[in-house]
Design a protein around this ligand. Sequence first.
Ligand code: KG4
Ligand code: ZN
Length: 319
Amino acid sequence: MVILGIETSCDETAAAVVEDGKNVLSEAIASSANLHTKTGGIIPENAAREQIKSMIPVINEALSFIHNPSSIDAVAVTIGPGLIGSLLVGVETAKTLGFLWEKPIIPVNHLVAHLYANWIEDDPQFPAVGLVVSGGHTDLVYIKDHGEIKWLGGTMDDAAGECFDKCARLLGLPYPGGPAIEREAAKFKIKNNKLMTYPRPMINQDNFDFSFSGLKTAVQNNLKIKHPAAEVQEAIVDALVVKSLKAIEKYKPKSFIVSGGVAANARLREKLQIKIKNLYIPKPKYCTDNAVMVATAGYYINKPTHWSKITADPNLFLK
Ligand code: KG4
Ligand code: ZN
């Protein structure tokens, strides 16, 4: 089954053609991150305006090798969660193509797509426990089988990526904050995990929830320390690792899967790799927003829908 995936939930405009969830035939992506670096963060209207400009060139690039659109079996598109103006660009484009080509649309939850990034190049076994760590979400889930996802816990306030972004701003580092903090932290060799200046909120609580807004306040109140970027990274990574291990201990899954932009972080990858056996993390380009994961999720959770029944939903969740 050949699926055209479309992703526009945040500041990326991406399209990809994937066969049977794994064979990536083409992928194209345009990011407006440079624009947001200038404003220190995403201004939703700016993101959507850029996506309107990028959508057709990106689709054109992804389809350039295809001579006849009838070789596409379905269009998978992210319908939420995300920024409404951004989502609409992708959703309405998918609907137009579905209408013209007379093909079904597969609506995809962006967070489920992040989880399915692990199926692009691998085949994690079920049951799995998954950690989604992105700019807007931090969730732990139990996955019994394809499409059978139970929410275990998540952040009470800021997402892990949001915390990276906000702390980077406090430290005078550019947007997006995660990669900026990672680069800054890499200049400092971490010795014996002794970076304990900032708190790891909620790690001793017996649940699968997170809280990152206190960490941001702690950074604000205590900026003049040695290596603040490395300290921030270590605090966020520790909170994610501790709760992941708690979920593994309780649910004893056959695999543990991680995804979302923050999963591109080398320190998080390293710490998880040390502690977890059947660990799956996509390569960094499939951790951050992309359309291949949308096509792959569409293939595995295949719910073909007529274009007239598809609407963008900025508040979709995993619960
Ligand atoms: O999944 P994603 O690309 O978009 C959303 O769905 O939100 O995640 C973006 C988030 C941003 O907060 C960004 O700072 C963070 O992922 N991020 C990272 C890294 N790369 C991206 N955080 C830590 N380390 C990284 N290398
Ligand atoms: Zn995302």
